[in-house]
Design a protein around this ligand. Structure first.
Ligand SMILES: Nc1ncnc2c1ncn2[C@@H]1O[C@H](COP(=O)(O)OP(=O)(O)OP(=O)(O)O)[C@@H](O)[C@H]1O
Length: 311
């Protein structure tokens, strides 16, 4: 179990970047850390890996305390792996050599098998012999993930792991990687801006705002019943609307254009989304967004119905 107990941290003479963070993660569990840029996600990952000396609080993995560079000649806990936003690969050696670097030279067959297994996970078999230097940013990112997994860590920390990977590859890579981690019971913490990483693949989610935990729980729960606009906005466009004297947070698919209703709005723009259109309209002086099957011309009046959020 990872125990993060009331940790706080600040870089030299700067204001606190982590303020009193506490949470737990069981072996094999998958956590997403979300929050706006600069909120402290990367700093949290570094603290968990043991790259920083926290100002107060404690971190434990099982019975062992995670300590920073002041206590270790080579910082970073050996049973974790951390993939930073710069991938730190060996540019002039091949993809397969990069992955096999930390595997035993005394068991070449086993090392080869493991490297192939990981090349499969990151969908890079065809690039095994290529020099890392000649790969795209997204391909290098995938090699960095495979290399981190080579020695089967107990937990992997991934900082924006799909930031450079195109949508075409991203979805299948996500599915392969996260099911591989579950299969091997490797715990995982992912810092991400992408709500899909949390909704489809995480057991738990933490939302950081102003360097503190604003919300934590199961992603589905935080998505369906967000208490703050900030949390809902991590997943989709969100409308903050007064209905019957009550302030409600609604996603575009919660609002429907109907034949008649006491709420009418004037359409300002329609944005094509492929499966549907996102309509921007003005309701009582406020901009709102709702989903609709067709484009609606600007200036049209629409009547709106607000659905209740399902459990
Ligand atoms: N080495 C450093 N020295 C001083 N300040 C730093 C250092 N690294 C990060 N910071 C500051 O700490 C704050 C949190 O940065 P961090 O990289 O943890 O945020 P983040 O949530 O991961 O952002 P992003 O999503 O953009 O990667 C920022 O204000 C940043 O400027």
């Amino acid at each position: 179990m990872l125990h993060v107990k009331n940790i706080s941290f600040q870089y030299n003479n700067h204001k606190e970047v982590l303020k009193n963070l506490s949470f737990q993660l069981a072996p094999g569990e998958h956590l997403c850390v979300m929050g706006e840029s600069g909120s402290g996600k990367s700093t949290l990952l570094k603290a968990i890996y043991g790259l920083l000396d926290v100002k107060s609080g404690e971190l434990y993995w099982k019975d062992q305390q995670i300590l920073g560079p002041a206590f270790h000649l080579v910082p970073g806990m050996e049973f974790f792996k951390y993939v930073a936003q710069d991938f730190d690969l060996m540019p002039y050696t091949s993809v397969e050599e990069n992955i096999a670097k930390f595997l035993s030279r005394f068991h070449p067959e086993e090392s080869k098998h493991r490297t192939n297994e990981l090349l499969e996970v990151i969908e890079m078999k065809a690039f095994a012999k290529q020099r890392v230097k000649d790969l795209s940013g997204g391909q290098q990112q995938r090699v960095a993930i495979a290399r981190a997994l080579a020695k089967e860590p107990e937990m992997i920390l991934l900082d924006e792991p799909f930031s450079q990977i195109d949508n075409f590859k991203k979805n299948s890579l996500r599915r392969k990687l996260f099911s591989y981690l579950k299969e091997k019971n490797i715990a995982c913490i992912v810092a991400t801006h992408d709500g899909n990483d949390a909704l489809s693949f995480a057991d738990k989610m933490i939302v950081i705002k102003d360097h503190q935990i604003l919300a934590q729980g199961a992603p589905k729960e935080l998505y369906q019943h967000p208490k703050e606009h900030y949390v809902a906005a991590l997943f989709d466009d969100v409308n903050d609307i007064m209905i019957d004297g009550e302030n409600r947070l609604l996603y575009p698919h919660h609002i429907k254009a109907v034949d008649t209703s006491e709420y009418h709005a004037v359409v300002k723009n329609s944005y094509y989304k492929g499966f549907s259109w996102l309509i921007e309209a003005e309701l009582k002086g406020q901009s709102i967004f709702f989903q609709h099957s067709q484009r609606i011309g600007s200036g049209n009046v629409v009547y709106l119905n607000f659905s209740t959020i399902p459990n």
